[in-house]
Design a protein around this ligand. Structure first.
Ligand code: 2NL
Length: 364
């Protein structure tokens, strides 16, 4: 009969002497593995008579338990020693500066939208928003844009294949004017709103992207005239460009939704390859550039929205937000606005937490 106690003592001595976790694992496999010495003993139980099994079974099981316990104890000791060694060897310098965490920044378009909202809020304008998927009545028909107008062609506008429940064609709005149409239909005058947001046109080159940002303004009240329009635009542009010498030139123009209509130019100077807005465009070293479209809201549009044009008049204007951002912050390629390149964003350096306020300096 095997000397179980002697075998257990030898195995436990080997286990206690295992130098590292690898050596310990080799011992475990040699004893308790499928073909291990202890496993072999357990198998002999099957071939014993009941009397032999009664006598030797408890000894074999106690041998297996003793070896299993010894392995667990040695494993804990080796792991504890490894941790102690690691802690003794490694040093953490608590005086080192922390690793810089990446900080996001405000996109120039968002920054400019916030600046515009701030400036117009100061003049009593609320911000209005609406759907980017529109129907052709709100986007075109209500605005007195005829069925035959080129802007309504598939070539210029992104249409959806299906019509809406009322049988109207659906499209990606080409301007934010439908927001103003919806406001005039739902709110009683006086109305003073700006409508900022994304708009879509089938256009793509260095100066046109298929999606861009627009802000339109609308005032509806009694006795509104072009003097109000010009004062509002001049006050807005002086606040936005943060200078007092902004000079406007209103040129007669045509839009189906305004009558009369005026294109608004601003004077600028070319400095170090950049356009700097300010000064009279007719002065030495200056020129005019077109910045906005505007006009008195066409009485037909007011009537289309269920208001009496003999009682209510108003003015409206539209301007590209991306272009306003480029002029103020000096970017030269519109496409880079929508590339999502972090180097471009950090180059123009907008702060993560910058909130424009008139009192704090809107571009601070
Ligand atoms: C431009 C400038 C403009 C408007 C937009 C407008 C909106 C309503 C009624 C009348 Cl609801 N007008 N918006 C007015 C003038 C110009 O946009 O250059 N557009 C092509």
């Amino acid at each position: 009969m095997t000397d179980y106690q002697g075998m257990q003592a030898r195995l436990e001595a080997d286990i206690a002497a295992a130098a590292d976790l690898d050596a310990l694992e080799a011992l475990r496999v040699a004893a308790l593995g499928k073909t291990g010495s202890v496993s072999a003993l357990l198998k002999t139980l099957g071939a014993m008579t009941p009397e032999e099994r009664q006598a030797q079974g408890p000894q074999i099981h106690s041998l297996r338990e003793g070896v299993t316990g010894a392995i667990a104890a040695r494993k804990a000791a080796l792991e504890g020693a490894a941790l102690e060694a690691k802690l003794a060897a490694e040093r953490l310098d608590m005086t080192l500066p922390a690793a810089a965490a990446p900080v996001g920044s405000v996109h120039p378009v968002s920054q400019v939208m916030d600046e515009l909202a701030e400036i117009f809020a100061d003049m009593g304008f609320a911000v209005a928003t609406g759907p980017e998927i529109e129907d052709d009545w709100h986007n075109f028909t209500a605005l007195n844009i005829p069925e035959t107008h080129p802007a309504r062609a598939m070539h210029d506008t992104f249409y959806f294949p299906d019509k809406d429940a009322e049988g109207r064609s659906m499209l990606l709005r080409t301007h934010t004017s439908p927001v103003q149409i919806r406001t005039m239909m739902n709110a009683a005058p006086p109305i003073r709103i700006i409508a900022p947001g994304r708009v879509y046109r089938s256009d793509s080159d260095a100066t046109h992207t298929p999606m861009f940002h627009q802000i339109e303004g609308l005032v509806i009240d009694r006795g509104i005239h072009m003097g109000h329009l010009k004062w509002t635009l001049e006050t807005f542009l002086k606040a936005y460009f943060e200078r007092d010498d902004i000079v406007l030139r209103l040129r007669p123009s045509y839009f189906p939704f305004t009558e009369p209509s005026a294109e608004v130019d601003v004077g600028y100077a070319q400095e170090k390859g950049r356009r700097i807005v300010g000064g009279n465009g007719d002065d030495e070293g200056h020129a005019w550039m077109e910045l906005l479209g505007s006009g008195m809201v066409n009485p037909r549009v007011i009537a289309n929205c269920g208001l009496d044009p003999d009682e209510w008049q108003g003015f409206a204007f539209g301007v590209g937000v991306d272009r306003l951002a480029m002029l103020k912050y000096g970017m030269d390629d519109l496409r880079a606005f929508f590339d999502g390149d972090l180097r471009w964003l950090s180059h123009y350096g907008f702060g993560a937490l910058s909130v424009p306020t008139l009192s704090g300096g809107i571009s601070a």
